[in-house]
Design a protein around this ligand. Structure first.
Ligand code: EPZ
Length: 421
């Protein structure tokens, strides 16, 4: 299995260009199922998760062509299957995002029971509740879950989400665009990726209003057409490089970013004493200007502090003066990185969804394991400042979500390399 070897690296300096957002491109690709003619998506990050989604769409009948670097063409003249295959769904939870489009276009969708993952059970009850409200009949078969409309099509309705689930909001929105009548999603997720999806669907001919707020109105239409769209920059990759600059006390210029999408991270790093200059589509993060101190974090649905930055931020908090607390409210088991950071010499105690991080840790390199995508990134950040060498295994987690990860970090002066066992 491949590993990362990270050496103590000193302050990172230079410029890094942010890629298109993984968590935007996956629903955008699923949405292409809704049109018979070509969709062209630009600034697609070339990631394992994108490859998985390509495979799923192809198995359903789409023609997916890489026109050039980071540009995908997706044409689904006809859907030849309405069942997402187990081995693909099992690799990537986001596969469930094909349910809404399949249901809207073909009146039936079958997906294997999605497994949980390292960060929690991650059920899909809110997805199914929304699709049922639109008229789908949900049947739990032995190997898969089926949503079917029995041929009469979906009917708009008002759906309240008990939790502002990102995936459920996306799935319901993609089902409702072809439903008869009007659908309201209340307590909807407000993430920028929801807005990006709504913008793409509206380019295809949908009538969606309110994306980015807690109430989204979708007026059903008869047909959607192909469209072109450019993926928004990845706010979680942006946050990861902001923290890379902070933890190494470096100075990094982050280009092709949307500062508005990372406001909580800017605010919290400024509380720690990091200087951040904000441009229209870039940020300059200066952590070479003086000592940094602790702060407290509580993850929340957008626009709150993003759960995906919780573990990289925790790695950073182990190195600043003073104690910090981190409360994780989105996932029930997202502290898997704590044991790995403590193995490196951090002093973090957890009780339920709360972690207390003692600062000023003298981190030491050792063998650690990535337990999920963002936990892996956190271990890389810790390895950049730990004495000696840090060997990170299970790095497939990291490579599913960060494009050109090694190239971008080494261009900033990070001593990191990938080895294949
Ligand atoms: C999306 O996952 C992201 N993934 C996650 O990023 C991100 O952490 C998450 O949103 C929260 O921001 C993609 O967009 C592909 P949720 P998603 O549905 O849609 C519970 C990364 O590292 N829930 O908002 O799966 C669920 O168990 C990944 O890039 C239900 O209870 O997140 C969780 O506790 C990790 N029932 C909470 O809601 C449901 O039907 C948030 O889940 C659905 C979700």
């Amino acid at each position: 299995m491949a590993k990362y070897i990270v050496e103590q690296s000193g302050p990172l300096r230079g410029e890094v260009v942010i890629s298109g957002a993984k968590n935007a491109v996956l629903p955008l690709m699923a949405a292409a199922l809704l049109a018979e003619d070509e969709c062209v998506i630009k600034d697609v990050p070339m990631l394992r998760d994108v490859t998985f989604m390509k495979e799923i769409l192809t198995s359903l009948g789409s023609e997916v062509v890489e026109l050039e670097d980071n540009v995908l063409s997706i044409t689904t003249k006809d859907v030849i299957s309405t069942e997402a295959q187990f081995e693909l769904v099992n690799k990537m939870r986001a596969s469930i995002l094909v349910m809404g489009p399949l249901l809207a276009r073909k009146g039936v969708a079958r997906i294997p029971h999605p497994g949980g993952c390292a960060i929690g059970a991650r059920p899909i009850d809110l997805h199914l509740k929304g699709l049922e409200a639109l008229g789908a009949v949900i049947t739990y078969k032995e190997d898969y879950i089926e949503a079917a409309t029995g041929g009469q099509g979906l009917i708009g309705d008002t759906i309240y989400l008990d939790f502002p689930s990102v995936g459920a909001t996306e799935n319901i929105m993609m089902a409702a665009v072809l439903a008869e009548g009007i659908t309201y999603i209340e307590n909807a997720a407000e993430e920028p990726e929801i807005v990006d999806l709504a913008n793409f669907l509206n380019k295809m001919g949908a009538k969606i209003k309110g994306a980015g707020t807690d109430t989204i109105k979708i007026e059903g239409v008869d047909k959607l057409n192909g469209a072109q769209h450019t993926v928004i920059p990845d706010r979680i990759e942006t946050g990861t490089f902001m923290l890379a600059a902070a933890i190494t006390k470096g100075a990094v210029h982050i280009v092709n970013a949307v500062p508005d999408h990372v406001k909580p991270i800017i605010a919290k790093l400024r509380e720690c004493g990091v200087r951040i200059e904000v441009g229209d589509d870039d940020l300059i993060v200066r952590a070479d200007l003086g000592p940094q101190s602790s702060t407290d974090i509580k993850t929340l649905p957008y626009p709150g502090f993003p759960t995906d930055i919780q573990s990289p931020f925790m790695a950073y908090l182990t190195t600043v003066e003073g104690s910090s607390t981190v409360i994780e409210t989105v996932f029930e088991n997202r502290f898997m990185h704590v044991a790995q950071l403590n193995k490196m010499g951090a002093a973090i105690e957890t009780a339920g969804n709360k972690a207390i991080i003692r600062g000023d840790a003298r981190l030491r390199g050792c063998q650690v394991m990535a337990t999920d995508l963002r936990a892996g990134a956190a271990l890389v950040l810790a390895g950049l400042v730990a004495e000696g060498t840090t060997e990170i295994s299970e790095i497939f987690h990291i490579e599913r979500g960060y494009e050109k990860f090694i190239e971008k970090f080494t261009s900033l002066g990070a001593k990191i390399k990938r080895i294949d066992d």
